[in-house]
Design a protein around this ligand. Structure first.
Ligand code: SF4
Length: 354
């Protein structure tokens, strides 16, 4: 049954996206009858907001649930629980609950929220020309005549730094960086307000990553875009995000303004991720600790704080009591029992030798 959408004004007139207690569980089945024997809790109780024109970075290691979160917000997945609100109209207009809308009801929202996929080598159909690929959202949404679509594709290619005369070429004729620019052009075809960039540079050579990131930053400014920028590498989100949310085993463990987070993380997991951020100065001392082990299994979470088996600051309480995400000074949030006592090193602060 289709749920009715409830008009809702949101936490502030500028909020574009709000997720509240978002959950996505994937069932684990066994045997011929596919009996459900467990749940992979990929996303479990995640809440945050993104304001219009803001770039929120969502970071964590592979398997922490960040990509699933991006796919839930754009409704490529249906949530198991929780709410997703999106403001289709101007600031201050009611927000719509899109958590359980059906395909047809989602159409107007899908035009306003687009996704840039991780791998530009597999996300572009090799049998289609760039014209066909970039104009696809226009054709699906029946926007403009063929000629108008061609003009729009030429405009989009110029916008992302490619020559319009390339539109009759096939993806194989382009480098990785150029293919990701084509992916960006396709995502912008319908003039969306909100873009989820899912690891947009992780498949690219380091030498072209900065070019694509700079392009995305420039487009955000030029078009007033709002981003959810998903990445496993904190150094990637550092320059494009206003705020950063750190995720571990399906839950948020810390959120803060980008600069504050890099100057002084409050969660040991954030500190450990930062230890892996390369410093621009090769003579700068490097952290002497590395994050041990793997991300915990979301189907079988450790008791207490999920991070305790890998945390070098863990105390007995950490293995029995789960720390809740709580508000700290300056609107930051953190889920650690000892956030006030720990003195952690940020990537922007002088590194202390461990
Ligand atoms: Fe580490 Fe304990 Fe804080 Fe978890 S609650 S991050 S185990 S100190």
């Amino acid at each position: 049954m289709t749920e009715t959408t409830q008009p809702y004004l949101g936490p502030s007139p500028d909020t574009l996206v709000e997720v509240r207690d978002l959950q996505k569980y994937f069932p684990i089945t066994k045997g011929f009858l596919r009996r459900v024997v467990g749940q992979v809790k990929a996303v479990d109780g995640v809440s945050f907001t993104i304001n219009s024109g803001e770039a929120l970075g969502l970071v964590g290691e592979s398997g922490c649930g960040k990509t699933t979160t991006g796919r839930l917000i754009t409704r490529l997945y249906r949530p198991t629980g929780g709410r997703i609100y999106f403001r289709l109209g101007d600031p201050g207009a009611p927000m719509a609950d899109i958590s359980h809308l059906e395909r047809d009801e989602l159409m107007p929202f899908r035009r306003q929220m687009q996704i840039i996929f991780q791998d530009p080598f597999t996300s572009l159909n090799p049998r289609k020309t760039i014209l066909e690929i970039v104009s696809e959202p226009l054709r699906i949404n029946k926007v403009g005549t063929r000629r108008e679509q061609e003009v729009r594709v030429a405009e989009l290619l110029e916008l992302v730094g490619l020559r319009p005369e390339y539109m009759m070429r096939y993806p194989h004729a382009f480098s990785g960086g150029q293919r990701q620019r084509i992916g960006v052009a396709r995502a912008l075809a319908l003039n969306p307000k909100f873009v989820v960039a899912d690891e947009p540079v992780s498949a690219l050579d380091v030498s072209v990553q900065a070019q694509v990131l700079n392009l995305m930053k420039a487009l955000q400014k030029q078009l007033g875009l709002t981003y959810l920028f998903v990445a496993h590498d904190l150094s990637v989100v550092k320059h494009v995000s206003d705020r950063i949310a750190v995720m571990y085993v399906g839950k948020l463990v810390e959120t803060a303004q980008s600069r504050e987070l890099f100057e002084k993380p409050l969660h040991p997991y954030t500190e450990a991720l930062m230890a892996s951020v390369p410093k621009p100065d090769p003579r700068a001392p490097r952290a002497k600790f590395v994050l041990p082990g793997e991300v915990a299994d979301p189907a079988n979470r450790p008791a207490g704080c999920c991070f305790h088996p890998r945390c070098r600051y863990a105390q007995p309480i950490c293995s029995t009591e789960e720390p809740l995400l709580r508000e700290m000074m300056g609107g930051r949030t953190v889920a650690c029992h000892f956030a006030e006592q720990l003195d952690l090193s940020g990537a922007l602060a002088p590194r202390t030798e461990a």
